[in-house]
Design a protein around this ligand. Structure first.
Ligand SMILES: C[S@@+](CC[C@H](N)C(=O)[O-])C[C@H]1O[C@@H](n2cnc3c(N)ncnc32)[C@H](O)[C@@H]1O
Length: 309
């Protein structure tokens, strides 16, 4: 397979979920996942050492996505793909149950402020997702310089009952020289690691599976005054919330810039309202896509309901 430098990053918003990994990699192989790979040293090192496995990395930083692709390309590796999306969301939505061999997290952002605690991986829903997507006897490992973060994860893993052989280590050289590992070592900090083996299967609800159709609504007439007043309006759903940030107007077309939030998973996208024959079509704009989650589908229907006259 001949890949160009920026072809290792896949936009899963355009795929039907869960992902058919065989189609993505062009072969079937054991899957290994890293969440928050940063500069990608660990992911690339693992993929180099184990050519027979397929590696999937998640990052939220565009700089990291660009850097890692240059590294993958210069190493000539074909067994890594990366996604610019929240790792918890990707783990839950992209993988079938019992399909992943190992999951790694190295030096996750600890989000020490209480008001940011929702952004941590240390939640029971996350542990349950790990236990859903890992194969039986699959491996989970988290390393951090923050002892309470590893303690919290260890408690959640133990309490869940889905794991065995739970081991906590201090200053074990388990990471292949990542930027943050080097940074903390140079500051004399310790590193803490929790490792565990999945022994019992968990189930989790997926938000996007089976959605191939783009959400869209046809209406006969629209109330343009109501449409133009949507800017700044907030709409609640039992799964989350969306806000209309802006409304742009052009000939026979309106574009609404939306920000949605569901259990701390944020998306930014556009809903278009365009003339179609005798009526109007309200749909997710194909140029600024979103994952078809509960709130995204709700936003299209809600906008249609509010502006139809
Ligand atoms: C402290 S850095 C560690 C990077 C790398 N693992 C290392 O050891 O050098 C944490 C990384 O996680 C990424 N990140 C934070 N939240 C994330 C999330 N929910 N999903 C995926 N990546 C995330 C950040 O962009 C950042 O690159």
């Amino acid at each position: 397979m001949n890949l160009s430098v920026f072809s290792y990053c896949v936009d899963a918003r355009r795929l039907s979920l869960p992902i058919e990994w065989k189609e993505i990699f062009g072969r079937e192989a054991e899957l290994v996942v890293e969440l928050g790979f940063g500069n990608g040293e660990f992911l690339v090192e693992l993929a180099k050492k184990n050519c027979s496995r397929n590696y999937v990395g998640f990052e939220t930083s565009l700089t990291s996505i660009v850097k890692v692709q240059k590294k993958i390309h210069s190493e000539g590796l074909t067994n890594i793909r990366v996604f610019m999306v929240d790792g918890f969301f990707g783990l839950r939505e992209f993988f079938q149950d019992e399909s992943v061999e190992s999951i790694y997290i190295n030096f996750p952002c600890p989000w020490p402020k209480k008001s940011h605690s929702d952004r941590r991986f240390t939640k029971s829903e996350f542990v349950q997702t790990v236990a859903a997507v890992l194969k039986k006897d699959g491996f989970f490992q988290l390393t951090s310089d923050v002892d309470w973060y590893v303690n919290d994860m260890t408690c959640l893993i133990k309490k869940s009952g889905y794991f065995d052989e739970i081991t906590v280590l201090k200053n074990e050289n388990v990471v292949f020289g990542t930027r943050y590992e080097r940074k903390w070592i140079s500051q004399g900090k310790a590193s803490y690691t929790v490792k565990a083996i999945k022994v019992k299967h968990a189930t989790v609800e997926r938000w996007t599976w089976g959605e191939i159709e783009m959400p869209h609504v046809h209406v006969k007439n629209i109330d343009t005054e109501k449409l133009l007043q949507l800017k700044g309006q907030i709409f609640q759903h039992d799964r989350g919330v969306f806000v209309v940030k802006d409304v742009y107007e052009s000939v026979n077309e309106y574009l609404l810039r939306i920000v949605s939030n569901e259990s701390n998973f944020q998306q930014r996208y556009f809903i278009s309202v365009e003339r179609k024959g005798e009526g109007w079509l309200i749909k997710l704009d194909p140029d600024a896509f979103a994952y078809r989650t509960f709130v995204v589908k709700f936003s299209v229907k809600k906008i249609a309901e509010v502006i139809s006259s």
